[in-house]
Design a protein around this ligand. Structure first.
Ligand code: GLN
Length: 481
């Protein structure tokens, strides 16, 4: 049997259909790998073997009957622990939800399972998805499988590490300001943030509702496209989910990229960028030109304000969303003599430092007298950032940038300096604020062997175009796994 790290959606399907392996054996193999590697990586927080084997047996019965298999038949998947799974503890990487068992599945989870995927377990993440390194989890950091003394990126670090280490074929992450793309870049795998509203968020535990999105990690762009085909589309349970028709993203992958106009924004190549990252990204742009794309130098003038804008909008929304954790309805409760004391202790002990920092920042930004100066102003700048992109997309088809200014940093290197940590998202928060789809694809490694990611951003609902260029680049560059 081939090494599990080599499995893709396509190779799983072929092996099952040819009866080279059963879904049960494949599941065994992934749990064996998890048993071997997870103690070191800490990518999974919980496993659900009963549910996995029940689904595997269903697939094996379909194979035995000779039935036509659904799109993700037998594909082992991992789910970020901010996404609800019925009957399986869902902690959000937080102590405050340490025993929380959701009564229902998120739509994204239902759709994966309906398409035949095998749910292996829940992955570690920064607490409530707040972070860029996965060091803000109450359950310990995740290690980068490429370099275990380094971070996998965050906040969906467990999902990225699981796929990169061959402990899942596809994983779900969430992206609010970079949390899918940035760990994808640091772990060296494709990672897609769909357009705001493309994928249902029913069952996603909210961080910042005007920014949060669910999206897939895979070993190849084709796997990410297959996952999106299953995940995307309207949902009666989520009014923020768009009715826009869903194309077959896999079929769209093979259309030509020749003649595509690619914008390279000058603001994304400034100070603070690691020279090895710059070199890899510049090389990638040359390769795209060789594929017949036209390279155009553009400007997105409000980029400089993106981090400040993001950290106002995201913290304001977080302070409101996290008000529900009061020790009464969910998870952890600290005993106390009075109600007020119980709230104080529960929240004091249940939340970690970064979450508390965000709640305080957000509460301040929303408070009377400051609302206009901070939150309202941030919303206006957000519109300007979105307008920059809208104008750029009149001139170009896609925008190409680095995903992260730096490759994976060492565990502990940035934890004492929150601002330094926030800067890890400097190239990703803009697309988040503007609601655009974006992917990170591997574009080589630094001299130390650390992965570098190339970000491709597209206009709203143009995932097919984004994936097409990513796929063409992956083939031409040979950086696919
Ligand atoms: N790193 C950013 C933050 O800490 C983005 C997180 C995310 O996308 N969930 O908010």
């Amino acid at each position: 049997m081939s090494a599990p790290t080599a499995w893709t959606v396509e190779s799983v399907r072929r092996a099952l259909t040819a009866k080279q392996i059963s879904a049960r054996e494949l599941t065994d193999e992934f749990f064996r790998r998890i048993g071997e590697r997870n103690p070191e990586l800490n990518a999974y927080l919980a496993l659900c073997p009963e549910r996995a084997y029940a689904q595997a047996d269903r697939i094996d019965r379909q194979v035995a009957r000779g039935a036509s298999l659904p799109l993700l038949a037998g594909v082992p998947v991992a789910i970020k622990d901010v996404i609800s799974t019925a009957g399986i503890v869902t902690t959000c990487g937080s102590r405050i939800l340490q025993n929380y068992i959701p009564p229902y599945d998120a739509t994204a989870v239902t759709r994966l399972e309906q398409a035949g995927a095998i749910l292996l377990g829940k992955t570690n993440c920064d607490e409530f998805a707040m972070g860029s390194s996965n060091e803000n989890s109450a359950y310990g950091p995740v290690r980068n499988p490429i370099a275990p003394d380094r971070v996998p990126g965050g906040s969906s670090g467990g999902s990225a590490a699981a796929v990169a280490a061959g402990l899942a074929v596809i994983a779900l992450g969430t992206d609010t300001g970079g949390s899918i793309r940035q760990p994808g870049a640091l772990c060296g795998i494709p990672a897609l943030m769909p357009t705001y509203g493309r994928v249902s968020r029913y069952g996603l535990i909210a961080f910042a509702s005007s920014l949060d999105r669910i999206g897939p990690f895979g070993r190849t762009v084709a796997d990410v496209a297959a996952a999106l085909t299953v995940l995307a589309g309207e949902d009666a349970n989520d009014s923020t989910c768009a009715r826009t028709p869903v194309p077959d993203y896999t079929a769209e992958l093979h259309k030509p990229v020749q003649g595509m106009r690619l914008g390279i924004p000058k603001e994304y190549f400034g100070a603070g960028m690691d020279p090895a990252v710059r070199q890899r990204v510049e090389q990638a742009i040359q390769q795209l030109a060789q594929l017949g794309c036209t390279i155009e130098h553009i400007s997105l003038p409000h980029t400089d304000y993106a981090i400040a804008t993001y950290y106002l909008v995201a913290t304001a929304e977080a302070s409101s969303n996290l008000a529900r954790y009061d020790g009464v309805r969910f998870g952890f409760r600290a005993p106390a003599a009075s109600l007020a004391e119980m709230y104080r202790r529960t929240r004091g002990q249940g939340f970690g430092q970064e979450v508390k920092r965000r709640i305080m920042l957000g509460t301040y930004a929303l408070s009377a007298g400051y609302y206009e100066a901070y939150y309202l102003r941030a919303q206006k700048v957000r519109s300007l950032i979105a307008r920059d992109f809208a104008e750029a997309f009149r001139q170009v088809d896609l925008i190409v940038t680095p995903t992260s200014p730096v490759p994976a940093f060492r565990l502990g290197e940035r934890t004492s300096d929150p601002l330094q940590m926030y800067l890890a998202d400097i190239y990703t928060v803009t697309g988040s604020l503007a609601g655009l789809p974006g992917i990170s694809v591997p574009c080589g490694t630094t001299p130390e062997g650390l992965p570098v990611g190339l970000q491709i951003l597209g206009p709203h609902f143009e995932e097919a175009r984004v994936l097409r260029l990513a796929h063409a680049f992956e083939r031409a560059s040979g950086f696919s796994s």
